[in-house]
Design a protein around this ligand. Structure first.
Ligand code: CTP
Ligand code: CA
Length: 227
């Protein structure tokens, strides 16, 4: 009902979203991942569809239903690793907004074993890591200007353990994006509640603690004004 009365601020717009964790295989039965639940990215996908957008959601392994699938306004691509998420994201070009909400693993295993690594009679394996590609950075490299505005408009997310505003703003500049959203926390991973700090070149604005879907709706209204 709330969605029905909401202004369709993204009517006709195309929105790309990465969400959830990634999983980096060690062998066919083991791997490395993180605590991202995907809830924030999926809430943003829902809020964008409510606002009239067509959404492409690229999701790492997470146990969440695709929101508002019956509308026909949402496409979902499931991926496992950061490399797969990078390839799926960079294969798409036609969109107006990009929300990088995924908690992408920074490192993958250099040579995952094709067979299960056996414990019997062996020392603990020394795993070699390699750096994964930075999806958001690579998308931001191809941004053009359309009607005086960056297109697609890219929004990053940052979870920092200290000095959120300073570190997040440095990250925004390093990635070459106009906006970054900081998780104020403390309870973010897996929680339905969150609070956000939205940072752009003009400064920062807090979105007070609320359900992730309420935060997502506020964020969508804020971002809609930028494009
Ligand atoms: N991100 C990405 N690809 C990566 C790593 C991060 O697209 N390989 C995106 C995330 O989706 C998020 C933003 O970059 O929107 C910031 O992620 P974060 O992990 O906070 O930043 P990093 O650059 O990885 O720096 P660090 O983890 O060292 O703080
Ligand atoms: Ca990281």
């Amino acid at each position: 009902l709330i969605a029905f009365f909401q202004k369709k601020s993204l009517a006709g717009k195309k929105v790309l979203i990465t969400a959830g964790p990634t999983f980096e295989a060690i062998d066919p039965v083991r791997g490395i991942t993180n605590h991202s639940s995907g809830k924030m990215g999926f809430a943003i996908a829902r809020a964008a569809v409510e606002a009239g957008a067509h959404v492409h959601l690229i999701a790492g392994p997470c146990d969440l239903d695709t929101p508002l699938q019956a509308t026909g306004q949402i496409t979902r691509t499931n991926v496992i690793s950061a490399k797969e998420m990078h390839a799926a994201t960079l294969s798409l070009t036609d969109y107006d907004l990009f929300f990088a909400v995924a908690a992408v693993a920074d490192w993958g295993i250099a040579k995952p074993s094709k067979e299960k690594i056996k414990r019997q009679g062996k020392e603990a394996p020394n795993l070699e890591f390699i750096a994964n590609p930075d999806i958001l950075f690579d998308v931001a490299k191809s941004v053009k200007t359309k009607a005086g505005k960056p297109h697609p408009y890219c929004i990053g997310f940052a979870a920092e353990s200290t000095n959120l505003e300073k570190h997040a703003d440095e990250k925004r500049k390093r990635k070459g994006i106009p906006m970054i959203v900081g998780n104020i926390g403390p309870e973010t991973f897996g929680s339905d509640l969150n609070q956000l700090l939205v940072i752009d070149a003009n400064g920062s604005k807090k979105i007070a603690k609320a359900e992730k879907l309420q935060l997502a709706r506020q964020l969508i209204q804020l971002v809609a004004k930028k494009i």
